[in-house]
Write a protein of this length. Structure first.
Length: 157
């Protein structure tokens, strides 16, 4: 789907690409074009300084997590149900509070799995963008959200 969209853009903007009018293409990787960890959409009621939410609770990612956990020797592990909601603060969640779930073997496994899913998502889309725009004189760019308001706490929620 992403490749089709990018190919359509290249086809429809060919004269501008060939003329050098378009010199940069920002490839969207998620909400507001950003790859976000976690997600914090204002359209769904998020307000600063809420921690946001992990976006991994659909049936596909749930199955992927279960398979990864089983492969790691923990078929009993489920996605976290204690990570809070968009506007929570870390200490209001079991996952992010001091000595929370994020410090356990399961929590570390989840965070590693989740981070790797985001990285693979970005790699896949950028690989498609590189193929579609091969030969164009453009720079490809992406946005990675800088969630910094919880950086100075140990959990980096």
């Amino acid at each position: 789907m992403y490749a089709d969209y990018m190919a359509s853009f290249r086809e429809n903007m060919k004269k501008f690409l060939d003329a050098g009018t378009i010199v940069d293409i920002e490839v969207g990787l998620g909400p507001a074009g950003e790859m976000r960890y976690p997600s914090y959409p204002q359209s769904q009621g998020w307000v600063f300084p809420g921690i946001g939410e992990f976006i991994c609770y659909d049936k596909y990612l749930e199955a992927d997590f279960k398979a990864a956990a089983a492969k790691a020797g923990h078929p009993e592990w489920e996605l976290p149900d204690d990570a809070g909601e968009y506007n929570d603060t870390p200490e209001k969640t079991q996952f992010f509070k001091d000595n929370g779930t994020y410090l356990t073997e399961k929590g570390k496994f989840f965070l590693s799995w989740y981070s790797n899913k985001l990285i693979k998502h970005g790699d896949k889309i950028l690989e498609e963008a590189n193929k579609v725009f091969l030969g164009c004189r453009v720079q490809l760019a992406i946005k990675i959200s800088g969630i910094h308001w919880w950086y100075r706490v140990p959990n980096h929620a």
